[in-house]
Every structure is written in C-alpha cells, then in structure tokens.
Design a protein around this ligand. Structure first.
Ligand SMILES: [Zn+2]
Length: 370
C-alpha cells in the first residue's frame, strides 16, 4: 500500500507546495469577517437526518461523500464553500493547520519537533485581525454542522527535515499537544471549537509513520484518521485504536487509467507536473471532475464505501481543482441515496449498524474505476 504522494518527490515540487501553502495561509486575512460568525450554535438541536438510522435487512447503505479541506485557513475559500454546502445540504470537514490561529507575533511560542522555535513550512496566522477572521470562519463552519479536525501545525514535508515522515511518537505528541494548546488559547479570541469536538485529522503531505502518529491521536481520544491510502475505494477499518478513512488511489480516466492518489495536489502533479499552465486550467478542472464522477460511480455501483475527497483550500492552476471540487459537490450531494457528511457523522451512522453487516461491506472488493 502506497502511503506516499507517489510521484511527488522532487524538491522543486515540494518547494512549490510550500510556497503556495505560505501564500494560502495569509489569503483573505484582511477581508471583512464572515457575517455568520456570531450566530448561535444550532447544531445538536436539529432532528437527526432521515439517513441516520440502522439499515433494514438487505438495504444498501447510502453513498457517503466526505469533502475535506486541509489547512482550512483561507477566508475566501470558506466564503465559497459555506454557502455552497448549505445550498446542497452538505456537511464538510476542515482540517485546520494550528498555526493559522497563531498570530505572527507569537510565532516564537511554536516549537516544531526538530526545527526550533518560530519555524514552519507554512505561514503563521498573520495579524490579530487575520486570526479574528479565521476564528469567525471556523465558528461559522461548526455552527453550520461542519466539522473541524487537525492538519497539525508546521507542515514539514520531505525535504524540510526532520519532516513528519521521520518523526517519532514523541515528536507527534509534541506537535499534537501544541495544536491543542493553540486551539485552547484561541478560545480567548472567541473560537468556539471545543477540543473535544476535534476527533480526527490528516497528516501533512500524507507523510508519517502510522505506527508513530496513530497511537498519539488515539491517546488524545480522537476517533479517526484520514491520512493513509488504499488501492481503490475502501470502507473505513480499525487501525491502532482509530477508524481509518482511506484516501483512495484510483485510475484517472484522462491519464489512460494511471493510478493516482485522489487528492488535489497529487492529481495536479500527475496531470501536468504541478505547473501553472493557464491555457489548460479548464481541461484540468474537467479531468479532475471526471475522476471524481468515475470514483463516485465505482463506489455507488459496487461496495458503497464512503468516498473521501481530499483537498486543500487552493488556487492552483487558476483554481482548477477548487472549481472541480465545488462543481462535484454541487452535483453529487443532491443525488438520491447520497449523503455528503462529515467524518464524525459517518462514524455515528456506522455505530448504528450491525457490525456483521458492516463487515460484509468491508469484505467486498474495493471499488475501482474501470
Ligand atoms: Zn497540507
């Protein structure tokens, strides 16, 4: 099983990623705050959705689609995703990079394992006003029924050593403890994301030893991870005390069926080496959308495994990948027998099921794009 970004091996590509992430970290920070940020939290009072029930004998599960956004710090992107999700009745998950809640002036309080204080591969939170905007976005997301998880802090990938790929359990403990310290401290800035609501995460660049980071997450009473890849679309399974929601590796139709980790950056790299080519933006959107559609059909027609759509809030290739994701959300979440839900919602649904029935789903061959 390939946990890595596959073809993303060159320093150039990684440097580009870092640059983009740095840019993203400050994007939109000076914009006006989200207007919905101060509305009361309505979640929990609403009646459970009709699909949140035990399946009848022989009934097929709904097709779950899990939209997830790593970093979760871009005001512009939250402003796009929140109304769209609302319109199509989708719940999404934002995996927050903790540093986006730490203003630049406090950067010295972060100590990335092996890197010393004040250093990171992504930007810190900017000004107090930038952080305030993000706090409102995250509050608004949670109040609308979306979920916040962790994308950890420093985003140290291969090439910026010691990267997450070589971190020990103690390193991951330090990184995750600091994430929660930052979230806790942000409550003084009005953040209403309780620590206990942060139940899972995705590691940066999908780089890390699961034997090192999964037990650390389980020790914090987290319930799921979504960092490991599977060949095809698979049902979540138990791993080191957590539920693993696999990031699928799928055949990309426009690449003649070449298998790629189905995440935005990996698709970009596979399609054109992660280069900005404005003349091809629309083509990349269409090819990515085709991949998502084919993955959905594969799962829907066979094992009905929850489909993880992993993204960053990014503007790569003219926003080609964000557009594809938003278009896919628009068309798929309103389909019959389809539910766009958060990770914790799917886990809640799984708990309602007969474990033996879930095992029969898990025993089916993983869904593949043919
Ligand atoms: Zn990332």
């Amino acid at each position: 099983m390939n946990r890595r970004w596959g073809p993303i091996a060159t320093g150039v590509a990684l440097a580009l990623t870092f640059l983009i992430l740095v840019l993203l970290g400050t994007a939109g920070g000076s914009d006006t705050p989200a207007q919905t940020g101060d509305e009361p939290v309505a979640q929990g009072k609403a009646a459970p959705p009709a699909w949140m029930r035990r399946l009848r004998d022989g009934e097929k599960p709904p097709q779950f689609v899990l939209f997830s956004f790593d970093g979760a710090g871009s005001h512009d992107h939250w402003q796009r995703v929140l109304p769209l999700a609302d319109k199509v009745n989708a719940h999404v998950t934002g995996f927050l990079s903790g540093l986006y809640l730490l203003p630049d002036q406090l950067r010295g309080t972060y100590n990335g394992p092996g890197h010393g204080t004040g250093r990171a591969s992504i930007s810190f939170g900017g000004t107090d006003a930038d952080v305030a905007t993000r706090v409102k976005d995250l509050n608004a997301a949670l109040a609308s029924g979306h979920e916040i998880g962790t994308h950890f802090n420093g985003h140290f990938c291969a090439g910026n050593e010691p990267s997450g790929g070589v971190w020990t359990g103690a390193d991951w403990t330090s990184e995750l403890d600091q994430f929660f310290d930052i979230v806790r401290a942000a409550s003084a800035r009005g953040l209403r994301v309780p620590e206990t609501e942060i139940k899972g995460g995705r590691i940066p660049c999908l780089e890390g030893d699961p034997n090192a980071f999964l037990p650390v997450m389980a020790d914090r009473a987290m319930t799921y991870d979504t960092s490991l890849t599977s060949d095809g679309i698979a049902w979540p399974s138990r791993k080191d005390g957590l539920w693993e929601f696999w990031v699928p590796v799928v055949k990309v139709p426009s690449l003649g069926g070449r298998k790629v980790v189905m995440q935005d950056y990996n698709l970009w790299y596979a399609m054109n080496g992660a280069k900005e080519e404005p003349g091809r933006d629309a083509e990349l959107t269409a090819d990515t959308l085709d991949t998502y559609r084919a993955a959905y059909q594969a799962a829907y027609n066979t094992n009905r495994a929850p489909l993880t759509i992993g993204n960053h809030f990014n503007d790569w290739s003219g926003g080609a990948f964000s557009l594809a994701t938003e278009q896919f959300m628009t068309e798929v979440c309103v389909r019959a027998n389809t539910v766009c839900a958060t990770y914790s919602e799917v886990l809640r649904w799984m708990k309602l099921q007969d474990p033996a029935v879930l095992d029969t789903f898990r025993d089916k061959p993983r869904a593949q794009i043919s």
